[in-house]
Design a protein around this ligand. Sequence first.
Ligand code: SF4
Length: 508
Amino acid sequence: MFEEWQRLEQNGTPVYVQPERPDWFVPDHEADCLFQELQQEKEPGSGRMLTAQRLVSQLAADPASLYPGRHPLLTLTSLKECWFHLTDRCNLSCRHCLFASSPAQAATLAPEALAQGIAEARALGCTIFYFTGGEPFVYPGFVAMVAELLVDPKIHVVVLSNGLLIREHLTELLALPREQFHLQLSLDGLAEQHEAQRGKGSFAGLLESLGLLKEMGFPLTLSVAVNRANVGKLAEIVAFAADQGITNIHLLWHFVRGKGSLAQFVAPALILPELIRAQEMAEKMGVRLDNVESLRSQIFSTPGTKHDLSNTAWESLAIGPDGVIYPSPALIGITELACGPLSDGLAAVWRHSPILEKIRQTSLIDSADYQANPLRFLVGGGDLDHSYLASGTLVGHDPYVELYNGLALWLISRQAHQYPIRAKAEILLRMGEVRHDCPDGGEVALTHCNCVISLADGHATVREFYGKAALTANEEIVNPFAPAQALASFIPTDSWKKSAPRCFKWVA
Ligand code: SF4
């Protein structure tokens, strides 16, 4: 059975992964030596055979069943979220804009189409509405429309904005319920990098808005599009955010689209050390990097949970300023991915569009070389949008997979080294012993579109929101296997609780 395990290494720490299940564990040095001998089909020397047998018996589990891809295992039930790219118009014309937005752009969603889209999405079960562009605050009647939507306490609204029009809308914004309104404001770095992308005065304007929003009690996320100009400053950006009282940061991996150029792209191998430095700073300053937390919840989940691509087309859709439905916000305006006009009805397009059905039929196992990545079901196989924009195919070409893999191994090895070693030849940590997920019980879990990962109150990833998990940390899921495993005694109870899942119930 041990041949199913692959040995990886992160900075000298061995991490064994069973890719197809998926499952992982970290052994101590002596156990690692034994496992390597077993992998090389060497017989452990005298006195060590019993130890090897004990270790291997701890790994016993049913063999992974043949995975048919996600489509047969999922059901199209309710549309959980809907994105509205309201307009291509923007008060800025940034040098990396995906949609080449500017004050001169005119494409804007007709108010009747917006009202129709919202009503039909609500009828399909949607409770999270995302508004993006261009700049959503330039859309006529924007805040009044949001206020009307938020009369329903079940609804949450997420707005992706450059934050420069806050002062103009202060009075209307004051009336919005803070717990249902989530702002994700763009920050491209400290003053110099931010203004190099966004123009003179944009940094001071953003700072003013951050102050106003803080005064009004709005929870905020700062979104940083990582590019060549700011990658070396991620830790400093985290510290800056903390100084502004912001506790949630989202990192957006650069798309080569629109004005977003290849020259701005940064290779994952260069991002990873900066991301780790930023995460260490975030921990020191009490800030949450939602990308890290989201991946943590995938890695520290129930063994056997397969993360297989995103919820696009299953639970999520996007509507463009042309009144056409697209799979996701980053793919708005790509003609070959136009799923159908909103005038055909949101439900009809969602259920019957051949493009959306093709996406639902697509699984990470459709990538020709998917077996080359042993961490595939832990990291989710990559982002559909990134894969499509990099290659024209939905799966297998997300250029950032190497980054997700590196971060996953770093999170695992770091967690494993938190516990004291009390014996030799032991497994230090195994998947499932520390949990950060909020499981919904399915074998397949979907990741979330990379444009937004968490809601701006600093507590819940969007996946957790959907999970409707328990209000307080559930003791059973801190370490569900502990009673059956001797190795659990190596993990101090306090440490489990410190790393217990962040499951919160949304009081709706
Ligand atoms: S990146 Fe955002 S703020 Fe800048 S031009 Fe594009 S839509 Fe406007």
